[in-house]
Ligand binder design. Structure first.
Ligand code: DAH
Length: 345
């Protein structure tokens, strides 16, 4: 019996030494020391042996079991160490590698961002936002704004007509009348929105955007208009800006002005400024004091031209955005070319 034990022990020792993984080692433990294994069986059967065999057999079997247990323990430690090392090698993370690239997120279109910035300026000055219909009656778009019946922009060549009495609004000014009909003075509103004209070239698209402004109160003057527009110009184009008012004509304001902002481009000596053509001034909008004839159309809503005055202004959002960012062609704003749009995130 001791011969068989020695044989088992030798076989097990060789197998344990050769085990390559912890799992393999566990199988060997079951095979040689498990409940159904031969060596433990011999130990359990000691009592049935002849008395003179019990001593040597028990001793050899016990020694064999202890030796194998110790050997398995050692080998297990060796393997675990190696496996840990291997695992560490496999899982190694190079923390100096750049992280996963951030998912691209969108951002506001340049026009939307510009509109909101302009809105913020006027909200800060106490104006409210009012919006009106893009499909507008001839009455609000022209008649009540004091356009002469012969005014050229009333023609089919300039304006999209839905029918004889309805147009796609050519400007945001008609909302002046709708707002005054809706509530009595004092009134301080801006009107952002789309407008439509039959025009198409590098600086004109058939559809574009304006922001109208209207302030009506009992003591509003041209100086208030100038101060308001100066604050606007400085907020949008930089704090060193000045504004200049030039006489002009609009049917719905009297007097009417065009407003220039001092040029904000870097001027290179000897090179002609693309933007201001070396005049030092850039036209940004039209404005004026509300014509009493316009108030005449809404007198019944509390707008008595003998008692109140108002100023109004209107600007193109595209033009402001293009000036500010040096956009050379208006159509770039509508081409949806991401290479262009991404520059304004
Ligand atoms: N509505 C004019 C346009 O489309 C712009 C404008 C000029 C608006 C003078 C005004 C104003 O309110 O007072 O060109």
């Amino acid at each position: 019996m001791t011969g068989r034990i020695a044989e088992l022990r030798g076989e097990a020792e060789a197998a344990i030494a050769a085990a390559a993984t912890s799992a393999e080692l566990e199988e060997l433990r079951v095979r040689y020391l498990g409940r159904k294994a031969e060596l433990p069986n011999i130990l359990r059967g000691i009592a049935a042996l002849a008395p003179e065999q019990r001593g040597p057999t028990g001793k050899a079997a016990n020694q064999a079991r202890q030796a194998l247990e110790a050997l398995i323990g050692q080998r297990a430690e060796q393997l675990a160490g190696g496996e840990l090392e291997e695992q560490l090698q496999r899982d190694v993370v190079d923390v100096t590698l750049p992280g996963a690239p951030p998912q691209p997120v969108g951002h506001l279109h340049l026009l939307t961002a510009t509109r909101r910035e302009i809105e913020d300026v006027f909200l800060g000055l106490g104006f409210r936002i009012a919006e009106g219909p893009e499909v507008e009656t001839v009455y609000y778009n022209f008649d009540a704004l004091n356009f002469d019946v012969t005014h050229p922009t009333r023609g089919r060549a300039d304006t999209f007509y839905v029918n004889d009495d309805v147009v796609l609004r050519t400007h945001t000014s008609p909302m002046q009348l709708r707002a005054m009909e809706a509530e009595p003075p004092p009134l301080y509103i801006i009107v952002p929105g789309r407008v439509y004209r039959r025009d198409s070239d590098a600086t004109h698209t058939p559809q574009f955007h304006q922001i109208e402004g209207l302030a009506v109160d009992e003591d509003v003057t041209l100086a208030d208009l100038k101060g308001t527009l100066l604050a606007f110009a400085r907020a949008i184009f930089g704090r060193d800006r000045e504004v200049r008012l030039r006489p002009h004509f609009f049917p719905f304001t009297e007097p009417s002005i065009e407003v220039d902002v001092s040029c904000f481009m870097a001027h290179v000596p000897g090179e002609r400024c693309r933007v201001c053509k070396d005049t030092g001034w850039i036209e940004i909008l039209g404005a004026g004091m509300v014509d009493p004839n316009v108030f005449g159309y809404v007198a019944e809503y509390g707008y008595d031209p003998e008692r109140i005055q108002g100023f109004a202004f209107g600007m193109g959002i595209e033009r402001i955005a293009m000036l500010r960012h040096g956009v050379p062609d208006l159509r770039l704003l509508y081409d949806n070319d991401a290479r262009f749009l991404e520059q304004f995130g």
